[in-house]
Design a protein around this ligand. Sequence first.
Ligand code: GAL
Length: 419
Amino acid sequence: MMIRMFKTTAIASVLSLALTAGAQAAEEVEVLHWWTSGGEAKALNVLKEDLESQGIAWKDMPIAGGGGTEAMTVLRSRVAAGNPPTAVQMLGFDIQDWAAEGATANLDELAGAEKWDEVVPAALQRFSKYDGHWVAAPVNVHSTNWVWANKKVMDELGVTEPPADWDGFIKFLDAAKAKGYTALAHGGQPWQDATIFDGVVLATGGADFYKKSMIDLDPEALGSDTMKTVFDRMKQLRGYVDENFSGRDWNLASAMVIESKAAAQIMGDWAKGEFLNAGKKPGEDFVCFRVPGTQGMVTFNSDQFVMFKVGEDKQAAQNAMAKAVMSPKFQSAFNVVKGSVPARTDVPNEAFDDCGKKGMADLAEAAKNDTLMGSMAHGHSAPAAVKNAMYDVITNHFNNEVSSADAVEQLVNAVEGAQ
Ligand code: GAL
């Protein structure tokens, strides 16, 4: 009896010790991200609430400025000071760069137990793993070759079907402009210019040309006449933006379409998050279609939470966050709000609206047909140095009197110099 009592008490105190230790260790995650727009914040809340329900507090570290360039600069100083955040939103090649520096945690044990290898597509694993080890938990798949159009404006213009090709797109933009709308809602920031560029490269040269120029960085493709046409088309699009476009945040450009001031925006599917957040419905208030001429092709980016090397006291919370991010239920709930599609292949599409369902179907089809390609603008086709060099050329051409021939030459040189 005595022994039994002793045993019970001992077990109880060991248990309570373990629980206290667990509760302490799992108490907070500090997360660096650039999800500051209304739709993005709403999506992020899904994660915050999920973690809070597990007793894990959220320390927010938002760095405005989509595309992540500013966020990476802030991260650099935190890592240099030996005080990295628990988790960092990150894109493609940046993940590999940070892992190569030895700054990231090893998630193999969790990934093995949760069978991530079986459910995360190879195109994402290529970035989530470094040297064969899991360092990041992919939270979504976005894609950049989308157009978000105002349904009322389309109706007014008598446009019943999305334009099928470039000429059709230009006709649509002309018609909108003639009616006094800003035809193309755009924010003049380098990453946004580059997002349009992704779509124009794909529409102009097709998947093979995109791969050769943006992924293989083949100088011949970069310097080709096709690339000259790409720059001609970028200048063509420049003619459809309003005069206040310079420096405008992407979500304010989305708002112009939402408020029927502009006809359309070329933007990744995070734009859908803004439409939904404003209470707009796909098919009724807005229409999503692929950049005309890029049907059947997808340029993707995947936001991943890269886990950094933190002290032992923070690792339980870090693991809990990685586990939460990868749960199928969470991946559905989050991506429905965010505008993206799940990073796991086993999440049902029931909860998704028509644009989301199309996004999931397009992704699967493109993966099957080898027309799924990493977005240059969002760090999935080439390392940051090359990406930033391309940004400079694209933005300079978009804003200044630079001929397409000169831009092509600059692009070849910039890419060569950045490697
Ligand atoms: C992208 C990111 C998206 C979205 C967008 C604008 O780079 O992948 O999730 O946040 O920037 O902020």
